[in-house]
Design a protein around this ligand. Structure first.
Ligand SMILES: [Zn+2]
Length: 577
């Protein structure tokens, strides 16, 4: 069995039409929309080979999570996409009914969503550390693909191209469609779900964003570091991420008898660097940045495109401060958000400040309430001083400190969190990192975790959808394309390519000298959303000028001087507009 538990503010769902031949019979009530408030939603796939033993594990796991998040309402929700080895429907329904009965018997309010139907559903996940957990229970010896099949067939099955983009229900600006059409990324079945391959053009985008962030961060006094992808498990036990985040981490690998994990976050590594290089309060603040790669064990069924992936490159940074420095450093982070988002053309965004609620939910927030109060107050002051719109939510803080989320509207008008900045007053203590203060006493620094772009994967997905792939010149994978009007002009067109490369170092330029019509070439350049299309015909050769068609304009401009074109492109790249 595979399950994904979501602790939600609410879920509503309604069956629309049959998804299998013989779905379960529904009475009138269950045909209507059902709303459950504050549920623990358990998305479930029953798999081949599941037994009563496994059902017991499944029920125990639900009870454990329900206890931890204090949920009384449970929604059992059949969700076939979690597995590619589903059991037959009759068995699946039986198991779900059995789980429903057992949990009801133990005093939970259980709602079981209709089985065998396409359903519309909407939910709001609470977003705290325990609100999203995935688990898998499988009898020993049961493998992904029927193990009695001969080896060759298994290989064929695995490489049969399961990751195929079904465009039928996607909007034209969906980043998965644009990503494929513009050659940005590729999900190979040989590599696996949630593990995107950045294609050359996509890598340009990612790299340009990374370079840009580096520039901004260096300007703000950050220092870059690089840390390894695997690490001893003991450090995650100290931070408290094990066992709490175990579900989102990949199974460990053993080296010299010690368990090593793919890192799910960069913080502990940066904390170790802090401890190595910082001695005194005089060395603070310390700002460490990294385009850090982390790995999260998302279920295959929930990974998609670049939005939800297993390999994530974060625009990550940690700022180590004394209590006195917290407010000002936080304002600098807010300032950086504004500066970067302006360049990215993101205007509609606001900050959501999440604070603890010690009255209602004291056990959720570990550590000293006084320190929490101090940190919350400093962040609130910072937000006010910075003077931008923000909302406050009590009880939504991370387990280690208050945080702000940056909320944007995505291309479909839906609100999303694109980035966060969190204050951490708990983990540095657990890792016992210290500096010496003015009085010669050992103190623990406060840490600000911040990611301005969030992850490069998600950010590129967001940008693709927002711009429909029409990137500004500085970011475009191909900035200029040169074409010949006829074969006669090929040679001088090639010369223009060479001259432009020399005049603008690093220019991303290509050419299209195919033996086809100019219209074809123009159309192709438009499909690829290239910023400038330069045509060289007899007139241009004769006068030594360029015919320049800017993306979005219907007609080219004739008679453009080489120098003025170079000036225009250079300026766009430098100013990043
Ligand atoms: Zn962090």
């Amino acid at each position: 069995m595979r399950l994904l538990t979501l602790h939600c503010d609410y879920i509503k769902f309604k069956p629309l039409k049959k998804a299998i031949k013989a779905p379960e019979e529904l009475d009138e009530e269950r045909k209507k929309e059902i709303v459950v408030k504050d549920p623990l939603v358990v998305l479930t796939a029953v798999e081949r080979g599941d037994s009563d033993e496994i059902l017991k594990d499944y029920i125990a796991a639900i009870k454990k999570t329900a206890g931890e998040v204090q949920a009384k309402n449970i929604v059992l929700y059949p969700y076939a996409h979690l597995s590619n080895m589903l059991s037959d429907p009759t068995t699946a329904l039986e198991y779900l009914k059995e789980a429903e009965n057992v949990l009801k018997g133990e005093g939970y309010n259980v709602t079981r969503a209709p089985f065998g139907y396409y359903k519309e559903f909407e939910l709001k996940c609470k977003g705290h550390p325990l609100s999203e957990l995935s688990k898998q229970f499988r009898a020993e010896g049961v493998q992904e693909i029927n193990s009695s099949a001969p080896k060759k067939e298994i290989q064929n099955k695995q490489s049969s191209g399961k990751i195929i983009l079904d465009r039928r229900n996607l909007k034209p600006n969906d980043h998965r469609i644009l990503g494929e059409d513009l050659g940005i990324f590729y999900l190979s079945d040989e590599v696996g779900p949630g593990l995107p391959l950045w294609l050359p053009r996509g890598e340009v985008l990612r790299n340009q964003l990374e370079q840009y962030m580096r520039e901004v961060e260096l300007k703000y006094g950050y220092q870059y570091v690089t840390t390894p992808h695997i690490t001893k498990g003991s450090i995650y036990e100290k931070t408290g991420h094990l066992p709490y985040y175990a579900d989102t981490m990949f199974s460990p690998m053993e080296i010299d008898g010690i368990n090593y994990y793919l890192k799910p976050m960069n913080c502990p590594h940066h904390h170790m660097i802090f401890q190595k290089i910082i001695k005194s309060y005089k060395d603070l603040p310390l700002r460490l940045a990294e385009a850090g790669v982390v790995y999260r064990n998302e279920l295959s069924g929930v990974t998609y495109g670049l939005m939800r992936v297993r390999h994530i490159m974060q625009n990550d940074a940690h700022i180590y401060v004394t209590p006195n420095q917290l407010k000002d450093e936080f304002i600098k982070v807010l300032k950086m958000f504004d500066e970067v988002y302006q360049v990215m053309g993101i205007q509609d965004y606001y900050f959501r400040l999440s604070l603890p609620d010690f009255k209602k939910n004291p056990e959720k927030f570990t550590g000293d309430p006084k320190e929490w109060e101090f940190a919350s107050e400093e962040i609130r002051k910072a937000m006010k001083e910075w003077g931008k719109n923000f909302t406050e939510e009590n009880g939504e803080a991370a387990f280690y400190g208050p945080k702000i989320d940056v909320q944007i509207k995505n291309a479909n008008g839906k609100e999303e969190t694109i980035a966060t900045s969190q204050v951490d007053i708990v983990v540095p203590k657990r890792l016992e990192i210290t500096y010496i203060d003015e009085k010669g006493e050992k103190k623990t620094p406060i840490v600000i975790h911040r990611a301005i772009l969030g992850s490069y994967e998600r950010f590129v997905a967001f940008l693709l959808e927002k711009t429909e792939g029409k990137f500004p010149v500085w970011l475009s994978p191909i900035q200029v394309r040169v074409i010949d009007y006829t074969e006669r002009n090929t040679q001088s067109a090639q010369k223009i390519v060479d001259k432009l490369k020399e005049a603008i170092p690093g220019l991303r330029i290509d050419s299209d000298f195919r033996n086809t019509t100019v219209n074809d070439k123009v159309r192709d350049s438009e499909m690829q959303k290239i910023n400038y299309l330069v045509t060289i015909g007899d007139k241009e050769e004769e006068k030594g000028t360029l015919a320049v068609k800017r993306r979005g304009n219907n007609k080219p401009e004739f008679g453009v001087k080489f120098e003025s074109f170079v000036h225009e492109v250079k300026e766009k790249i430098e100013k990043r507009n």
